[in-house]
Design a protein around this ligand. Structure first.
Ligand code: FAD
Ligand code: NAP
Length: 307
């Protein structure tokens, strides 16, 4: 019987592992289907992790995290958890080949930005194509960028980018947005944001240095838009499948499948916690995921001690 099972070994899971083991929990296992580190290891440049003043790659940033956790007794199993259920006070984790029992569980499986499937998108990912304005907006200070999408995320991120960049062209395939009316109003009033509606990106173009612009199919015909950065916000896939059971989800989730938590990262189920990008209202940043992981571990310690 584990004291705590952690599902997911990104910044949230690793930090939770550090705090849980250092805080006195004995049997703590982090189940991570790949190498620990999480999705940040796909990034080549990070300059917003506090205390790390050099620009580092995601792999460099995460390199020492597993080693630090393991020093305090965290065990890593390279296993993809299939399903989590609860029987009385005991959680059951299905690994596909066996069932692991745990007193408490922390889910930190993250979420992934969806790809738009645009020509050139894959080729230029990390070379001008980005899925995170908070992460990469600053690299385009006083430069022109394009935003793709028409939901709350695209419009809010367009407003964020307009504070940093010289111009934001927002390309959306319909003339109506999915975002809240107040956000739509703010976008329309912003002088730095140009709207290309009922328009689709035909191709992201660039050279060896990276993106130089996009070809956009508008109602009036094809136009070339110069831009060094293309920000794509066409929704997220929340990695919540471990919580899905026949009758629905094990705990409360919001309309988009993000796990509902309180300020202590407690879900609606006693002893089940969630942290990082998988939870609702996540800022989707490494430092925030790590903070969530620490909070969740402290909550798990007091839950296990109380039972
Ligand atoms: P994740 O990092 O997504 O980790 C979840 C882990 O769970 C993964 O390792 C996955 O393999 C594992 N997993 C999922 N399902 C299962 C399962 N069933 N069983 C076992 N394991 C499972 N943030 C910044 O702060 N600054 C940046 O500059 C920045 N740049 C970014 C650039 C890119 C290209 C990307 C993709 C993200 C960037 N981010 C950045 C965001 C940051 O990476 C995330 O906010 C952060 O990694 C979230 O941490 P997490 O632990 O919640 O989830
Ligand atoms: P979303 O609401 O699903 O919007 C995705 C947008 O991308 C849509 O406008 C969609 O166009 C467009 N799109 C999808 N696939 C595309 C493709 N292949 N090519 C071009 N465009 C494509 O996603 P989201 O904005 O990330 O928001 C997710 C949920 O979180 C939403 O329900 C949102 O309200 C919520 N959210 C809320 C807040 C807030 O309340 N402050 C902030 C952020 C997100 P169509 O419109 O034509 O389908």
């Amino acid at each position: 019987m584990l004291d705590l099972a952690i599902v997911g070994g990104g910044p949230a899971g690793l930090t939770a592992g550090l705090y849980a083991t250092r805080g006195g929990l004995k049997n703590v296992v982090m189940f991570e289907k790949g190498m620990p580190g999480g999705q940040i290891t796909q990034s080549s440049e990070i300059e917003n992790y506090p205390g790390v003043s050099d620009v580092v790659s995601g792999i460099e940033l995460m390199e020492k995290w597993p080693e630090q956790c393991q020093r305090f007794g965290l065990k890593h199993e390279m296993v993809e958890i299939q399903k989590i259920s609860k029987d009385g006070d005991t959680f059951l984790l299905d690994t596909g080949s066996e069932t692991v029992e745990a007193k408490s569980v922390l889910v930190c499986t993250g979420s992934n930005p969806r790809k738009a499937g645009l020509k050139g998108e894959e080729e230029f990912t990390g070379k001008g194509v980005s899925y995170c304005a908070t992460c990469d907006g600053f690299f385009y200070k006083e430069k022109e960028v394009v935003v793709v999408g028409g939901g709350d995320t695209a419009l809010e991120e367009a407003l964020y980018l307009a504070k940093i960049c010289s111009k934001v062209t927002l390309v959306h395939r319909r003339d109506g947005f999915r975002a809240s009316p107040a956000t739509i109003e703010r976008v329309k009033e912003n002088d730095k944001i140009e709207l290309l509606l009922e328009s689709t990106v035909e191709e992201i173009v660039g050279d060896k240095m990276g993106v130089t612009g996009v070809k956009v199919e508008t109602k009036e015909g094809s136009v070339d838009v110069d831009a060094m950065g293309i920000f794509i916000f066409v929704g997220y896939d929340v990695n919540n499948s471990v919580l899905k059971n026949e009758g629905g989800f094990l705990c409360d989730v919001n309309n988009w499948g993000e796990v509902r938590v309180d300020l202590k990262m407690r879900t609606s189920v006693d002893g089940l916690f969630a942290a990082g990008d998988v939870r609702e209202d996540a800022a989707k940043q490494v430092v925030c995921a790590a903070g969530d992981g620490a909070t969740a571990a402290l909550s798990a310690i007091s839950y296990v001690e109380g039972h």
